[in-house]
Design a binder for this molecule. Sequence first.
Ligand code: CMC
Length: 392
Amino acid sequence: AGIFTFDPGFMSTASCHSAITFIDGEKGVLLYRGYPIEQLATKASFLEVVYLLLYGELPNEKALVGFEKLVSRHTMLNENLKNFLDGFHYDAHPMSILIGVVGSLSAFYHDSLSVNEYHDREISAHRLIAKLPTIAAAAYKHSIGEPIMYPRNDLRFCANFLHMMFATPCEDYKPRLVAEKALNLLFILHADHEQNASTSTVRLAGSSGANPFACLAAGIASLWGPAHGGANEAVLDMLLEIGSVDNVPRYIEKAKDKDDPFRLMGFGHRVYKNYDPRAKIIREVCHQVLEELAEANNPLFDLAMKLEDIALNDEYFVERKLYPNVDFYSGIIYQALGIPRNMFTVMFAIARTVGWVSHWMEMMSDSNNRIGRPRQIYCGPSQRDYLPISRR
Ligand code: CMC
């Protein structure tokens, strides 16, 4: 037997020590390595934040230039991965392709799989950060039947991603600065969020000594669910289903009805119980971006505002402290950038790769790391004897 603490959903369990991200859910505070998310989101470049999360300090100019070069060296994919991609049906969800291709990286890059060597771990981390955008864009190109675009290392991280998404061999694509800036912001906001479901999945998978590519594939699988990273796609699905401002009250009633499985997607958070600081930043930027992209009259944005307004004044949502989270707005911006709905969670995965590898690196350097092995409260039958099939 044995007495264990029952903590479904790990509501009150700290699974590790970590020096990466701090969250105060009551006060709506989010810090990466001590720096407020508000400052990083408005002032830093994505790769600057990547360096910060991975190594613990902001880079000086020389370190940043060196790091940018290092990451760009790893943006290419092994040519044989193209054959793997071609095996997927054209209408495969890009998240399913991502899980498969990222998992398969361990079959292509086994020169850096000694997980007990810091140097190997670091190369794998750089490879994952650099290759995720290439894989993501390739999954998109596959789904629309266009040839894969190779990365362009003369472009910055976000501009290169937009190039791989929207250029074709016959036509170059010049990303607009507003699009690049919006992507930079969204990637920073999504880069890490301490022990969320997918990061905990990566840590648990990695605690056995599994290789980082396999661990990341596990993390991507966890992210896909609509209660986690899949929410940004689900928000857009929901807004389209609601259709018009007149229908909002009916859907609010559905969300409150416990016999109806419908939930307001993009509302509520396990940790933030007053507001999600990321949502506050993105809400402000959302309007600006839509205006600059000449999408100021985007009806989905008006609908989202109305939904937010009604929900924030409804007793049910107030009592339960349910506020819009970061993903309530991210899908609207992605849509304005021309990124299709089934790529929204993939975008989240590109950004969160940084958090996943940072946590994996931290865990692997921790001499107290032990294999994750929760126990359970057994509630099945007590011991009984096997009966021959004729007597059952
Ligand atoms: N719509 C309607 N009711 C809700 C919602 C919602 N979106 N979220 C929570 N509730 C209710 C829930 O029914 C429960 O009510 P009661 O106490 O009467 O039973 C109460 O609020 C507490 O909810 P919970 O499910 O116990 O809370 P949780 O901490 O387990 O779940 C959550 C957090 C984010 C999974 C949940 O709020 C949810 O499903 N939200 C919609 C999905 C979503 O937007 N997810 C993205 C999260 S942010 C991005 C990320 O980090 O991945």
